[in-house]
Design a protein around this ligand. Structure first.
Ligand code: URA
Length: 205
């Protein structure tokens, strides 16, 4: 590959990717978040799980899915036999976007331009891990991976071909399940989430 002689060689190792991501200040979200949260898991993973963005606890810990949504996800994955030791877990957007209300930081969904801007990182993670299957949890991940912003309730449980040429299984986001105010709908959506993670477990062996 041709390379400009004055530049250091481009370093695409996982360590360097993480270092560069931690220093990313290329959008305004970096200024208010505590830190960027990189993906986690083996680079050899056949399965990649993509969420929306770090939440309050992930922002503080610097690790993905350690808060309530992550705990629900872990519980359901264990129940359906999805081994997360062998999965690479990351988010569509790497910085926490929030609004301050009193002492609380209230989550705000990233907009389409933030999602598209942050795809720089997601694309590099997908290139490095080269998974066989990606699970998109929620509308933001589905948008980042497929370019399609249509509602996910009709798309969930199905496989789409993503922008990266990798199969993408769409499912609901665990935070949406936790926030669902209607108990009947919550139960139904929880069942769908179980079903979808079971599909991912079957497809990634
Ligand atoms: N929700 C997400 O989408 N990602 C996280 O890392 C935590 C909560």
């Amino acid at each position: 590959r041709l390379h400009h002689p004055d530049l250091p060689p481009r370093d695409d190792s996982p360590e360097n990717l993480e270092r560069e991501l931690r220093g990313c200040a290329s959008c305004p979200l970096a200024a208010t978040a505590t830190q960027a949260v990189p993906g986690e898991g083996p680079m050899s993973a056949a399965l990649m799980i993509v969420g929306e963005q770090p939440g309050d606890q992930e922002d503080l810990a610097g690790r993905p899915f350690v808060g309530p949504a992550g705990q629900l996800f872990d519980r359901v994955a264990a129940k359906v036999g999805l081994d997360l030791q062998d999965a690479y877990v990351t988010n569509a957007v790497k910085h926490f976007k929030f609004q301050v209300r009193g002492k609380r930081r209230i989550h705000q969904s990233p907009n389409a331009s933030e999602v598209s801007h942050c795809r720089w990182w997601l694309d590099r993670e997908i290139t490095q891990v080269n998974p066989k299957l990606i699970v998109a949890m929620g509308a933001t991940a589905a948008l980042a991976l497929t370019g399609n912003a249509k509602g996910i309730l009709k798309r969930r449980g199905k496989i789409e071909t993503g922008l990266h040429g990798v199969r993408v299984l769409i499912t609901l986001h665990p935070s949406a399940l936790l926030r669902q105010p209607d108990p009947d709908l919550q139960q139904k959506q929880m069942a769908h989430f179980h079903e979808d993670l079971a599909t991912a477990a079957r497809m990634s062996v």
